[in-house]
Design a protein around this ligand. Structure first.
Ligand SMILES: C[S@@+](CC[C@H](N)C(=O)[O-])C[C@H]1O[C@@H](n2cnc3c(N)ncnc32)[C@H](O)[C@@H]1O
Length: 382
């Protein structure tokens, strides 16, 4: 299939999603971000007025076929977001899982940034019969990750790194953990006692458990270490002499040497950690994607480009930034107005878009050529 449009960041294929997906290189897509026809007249009359021809009828077979074509194109640490209307994914989880896409969460898109409900007048116009179910003020986005189908080199590598990373962290931090445990053993306190006393003294309790733990060890800050020493020294077993004086200068020197040792050890471990991070599915929560409720305005009527289901670019851009790294490839195989392509372009990612309708392909080309500045790496926008 010859691309309908191609630029440095975005390739567009005009045609059926199944054929378009065959053009993509295996294991190259970091994120499948798409918004298929909802088949909404099947589910409910409430949506029937919004349905266009391609939106009508049961879409199960189309989605099955799309997932089957898309799966081999996904990177082993890839993610997916699929838009749908409320209720749509209740029975679809098995469909995704069978195809090798593991649903993790159903996100709720509340279609106004300030949480006000935008459709009150439409709600009020509903027929009483239609109101026997709840008027949908939200859309759902099924979020998940690629499932390993059997063993792959990348998945094996990721698992191996993870285990090694955890083990190495614990091994490297052991001398420091031993130091803290030995200090605790000189007192009449348990770890729980220390956490309680630290909480009373500083307002911060649970973190103290990590000072004595071989797993997930954390070095206290200098201030917290000062409090810890005071607590330990005040609770020494009979006959034990406080090894750290309460003299602040002595404490400071002691802390500096601990910190130097910690930083050295952490540096060695960090290299491993970085390698593991590069292998596992990225997730960089953005200020507005921290929870499963996403509040973004719908595209205002005056700003729409003529597609009935146009999604807001800021929402798509935040999903892309959350689940990919700069330069990654994003695929939208039901591209519509091309909003995913715009979002990929402005965030410094690449995109493959597939859309079957000529008029929408023209719309995508117009948007990509005219409206969208290429991502400026100098401004640093992850
Ligand atoms: C819900 S809309 C996507 C809207 C898009 N997210 C946007 O922001 O503009 C679904 C799109 O999929 C297209 N479509 C439907 N069936 C298709 C198929 N089999 N292959 C490719 N595109 C298809 C429709 O033409 C429609 O533009």
């Amino acid at each position: 299939m010859t691309p309908y449009y191609q630029s440095k960041a975005v390739t567009v294929y005009k045609g059926d999603c199944r054929a378009g997906l065959r053009e993509i290189a295996p294991a190259s897509v970091a994120l499948l971000l798409t918004d298929p026809p909802y088949g909404i007249n099947v589910e409910s009359d409430q949506f029937a007025d919004a349905a266009t021809d391609w939106d009508k009828g049961d879409q199960t077979e189309l989605i099955d076929a799309m997932l089957a074509e898309a799966r081999p194109k996904m990177k082993p640490n890839g993610a997916f977001y699929v838009f749908g209307h409320p209720g749509q994914f209740m029975n679809a989880r098995a469909q995704y899982t069978r195809a090798g896409f593991m649903p993790l969460q159903e996100l709720v898109w509340v279609k106004s940034a300030d949480g006000r409900l935008p459709n009150q007048s439409r709600v009020n116009k509903q027929h009483a019969e239609a109101l026997r179910t709840y008027f949908p003020e939200t859309e759902r986005i099924l979020f998940g990750e690629v499932m390993a189908t059997g063993r792959t080199e990348e998945k094996d590598a990721e698992r191996a790194w993870h285990l090694r990373e955890e083990k190495e962290h614990d091994a490297k931090m052991r001398p420091l953990v031993e130091y803290f445990k030995a200090e605790l053993a000189k007192t009449t306190l348990t770890v729980a006692d220390v956490c309680r006393l630290m909480k009373a003294r500083t307002g911060k309790g649970p973190i103290c458990g990590h000072y004595f733990s071989g797993h997930q060890f954390v070095l206290p800050t200098e201030e917290m270490y000062g409090h810890l020493r005071a607590i330990l020294n005040a609770n020494l077993k009979p006959g034990v002499v406080a090894c750290q004086t309460r003299d602040f200068a002595a404490l400071g020197r002691e802390y500096a040497s601990l910190k130097a040792e910690y930083q050295g050890l952490k540096g060695e471990w960090q290299e491993l950690r970085d390698q593991w991070e590069a292998l596992r599915r990225p997730h960089f929560a953005q200020p507005r994607t921290k929870s499963d409720v996403l509040r973004y305005d719908v595209v205002p009527i005056a700003a729409r480009c003529g597609h009935p289901c146009e999604k807001p670019v800021d929402l798509l851009a935040d999903l892309i930034k959350t689940s990919t790294r700069p330069g990654d490839l994003v695929c939208d195989c039901f591209a519509g107005s091309g909003a995913t392509g715009i979002a990929a372009k402005v965030t410094g990612r690449r995109a493959v878009l597939i859309e079957q309708e000529e008029s929408y392909c023209q719309m995508i080309r117009r948007r990509l050529e005219n409206d969208t500045p290429l991502f400026d790496f100098a401004e640093g926008n992850q």
